[in-house]
Design a protein around this ligand. Structure first.
Ligand code: 5MY
Ligand code: ATP
Length: 489
């Protein structure tokens, strides 16, 4: 890529999240990830080129030096910070504007700094040796948090029974973020049990929200529609997938074939998520792997063995998420200890690496953090760093890219679901591995209370937990909507 000869016509809109907008190159398997600002402070908060470049370099360093060692070399692509001509970035911003979903237009793309992150396009296969030349399929899953907390600091028993995602669904529905509840439960996906995993993926397909997308040849063919009233068209999706999963000339009729095709897709996703070269298993603790809100029959939840192949992508993500060992409720006092220490010794902010640099020594602070609280600032900082890394792992996405291949395509990585079925070459990657800001911890604490209180109020009206704890009624001042809540004493 020649940075001084950038042409906006060679790039197109690819997708976006809350913090960044992504464009893909029409010829090469590369994307540019540009940061976004909220429209209110776009004028005031834009950074100088040097500051923006440092910010993006921090993301690269964090991916490379912190997340890659934790998640595994093969899954993480840290990318490269680049400086682009301002004219190119402005033209690009105008070009992509009409493609952007309305729900994301509360933020604008950074057109001031010219800085971006250049990454491989993970919807393409780097070595696509398929002889059939069918465009690769890519399945993107944002799995979210896959375990229940076991921390003794948790004050609400419901947090030991129902997972954060399932509780959060009710809060999101009430606040208009989504129009329907998703039946997906991350604990089913992370269970390692193929039946539970298949059901989790089926629920993601039914209601993708921001947790599931499919790309074909780099184009997004399936995701949550901006008009969330519209139900997903599964037959249309199956039409796209049919050539990959059903042999030519299959006589199956429309609806029947859609079911078969989607089922095959689910089996391929499960196999890719569980694929590992390591024969060992990670056993999951029973109590942390079952969510009472999951729709699965209790017997299935109870009678299954919960384990993940060691080093499969789910094992790596779950292990990193579990660095949050204290839960936000146990972390909060340690965050306050760090805050107090920084007030007393502001110069130590840099040696404690509160805002980076995300170097080898940042990783060491995480890995060498004492297991018991010895009252030290080192313990508190280590736990805060661990929590932030766990937050990144709770918000990352998995990309599974597959292409059909024949018997003769001697491939290193291939998925064979059953000998009679098509074989796929595949790659699995993890994306969106940005550091979560230290300053966001108080927000996490407030959000946690809001989600749990809302869940208790909305799903369990005569809830014993609330009844036991409430002595007087008051207004939740943290809530944007000033909802009536019970205050524990
Ligand atoms: O807090 P959560 O669990 O709602 O996660 C946020 C995500 O919402 P979700 O629940 O996945 O729809 C949210 O995703 P959406 O904007 O809702 O697509 C972001 O990923 C946000 O991260 P960041 O602040 O942009 O770095 C995420 O915030 P962090 O908590 O990871 O900072
Ligand atoms: N390297 C990549 N290759 C292909 N597609 C990508 C790549 N990076 C990002 N994308 C696409 O762009 C979308 C937005 O990227 P990303 O998730 O990094 O944004 P974000 O703003 O950080 O998200 P969040 O809302 O989680 O903060 C992704 O969901 C994915 O579809």
């Amino acid at each position: 890529m020649e940075l001084d000869k950038m042409d906006e016509n060679e790039w197109k809109y690819h997708g976006e999240g809350n913090k960044s907008l992504v464009v893909s190159n029409v010829q090469h398997a590369r994307v540019l990830r540009l940061l976004k600002y909220s429209t209110e402070d776009a004028e005031n908060s834009h950074k100088t080129t040097e500051q923006a470049f440092r910010h993006i370099q921090n993301i690269v360093d964090y991916s490379q030096n912190v997340m890659k060692p934790l998640l595994g070399e093969k899954y993480v692509h840290n990318g490269e910070a680049v400086k682009l001509p301002l004219d190119f970035v402005r033209q690009l911003s105008l070009k992509v504007q009409q493609e952007r979903p309305e729900s994301r237009c509360d933020k604008v793309m950074d057109t001031f700094s010219g800085c971006a992150l250049c990454l491989p396009n993970l919807t393409q296969l780097s070595c696509c040796c398929s002889r059939e030349h069918r465009p690769p399929l890519c399945i993107e899953i944002k799995p979210k948090c896959g375990f229940l907390p076991s921390s003794r600091h948790v004050t609400k028993d419901i947090k030991n029974k129902v997972c954060r995602f399932c509780m959060h669904q009710h809060f999101k529905l009430a606040h208009g973020k989504w129009k329907r509840l998703s039946r997906y439960c991350p604990l089913d996906l992370f269970s390692g049990n193929k039946q539970r995993m298949s059901l989790a993926i089926k629920h993601l397909i039914e209601e993708p929200q921001n947790n599931f997308k499919i790309f074909k040849g780099g184009e997004c063919i399936y995701s949550c529609k901006d008009d969330a009233d519209v139900l997903q068209d599964l037959d249309e999706l199956a039409q796209h997938l049919r050539p990959y999963f059903l042999p030519n000339g299959s006589l199956m009729n429309g609806h029947q074939s859609s079911k078969v095709v989607l089922n095959e897709l689910i089996q391929v996703i499960v196999s890719a998520l569980l694929s590992s070269w390591d024969p060992r298993k990670t056993h999951l603790s029973e109590g942390r792997a079952r969510c009472e809100a999951s729709l699965l029959h209790r017997d299935l939840l109870r009678n299954t063995n919960h384990c993940l192949p060691k080093d499969c992508v789910l094992d790596k993500i779950l292990g990193t998420q579990m660095l949050d060992s204290l839960d936000i409720e146990g972390l909060n006092p340690l965050f306050k200890r760090v805050e107090q220490h920084l007030q007393d010794f502001p110069k130590e902010r840099s040696s404690l690496q509160i805002d980076g640099p995300y170097s080898q020594s940042f990783l060491e602070k995480i890995q060498k953090c004492p297991t018991e609280d010895d009252g030290s600032i080192e313990y508190a900082v280590g736990k805060v760093h661990q929590y932030r890394v766990a937050m990144t792992a709770k918000d990352c996405s998995i990309m599974i890219t597959i292409a059909t291949c024949g018997e003769e395509d001697g491939l290193d990585q291939s998925l064979e679901i059953q000998p009679s079925k098509p074989r796929f070459t595949y790659s699995v990657s993890i994306l969106d591995l940005d550091p979560k800001p230290y300053e966001s911890i108080p927000h996490q604490s407030r959000l946690d209370s809001k989600i749990v209180n809302h869940y208790l109020r909305s799903t369990l009206p005569n809830n014993q937990e609330l009844a036991n704890q409430s002595v007087f009624l008051g207004w939740d001042r943290e809530g944007e909507d000033c909802t009536l809540v019970f205050h524990p004493v």
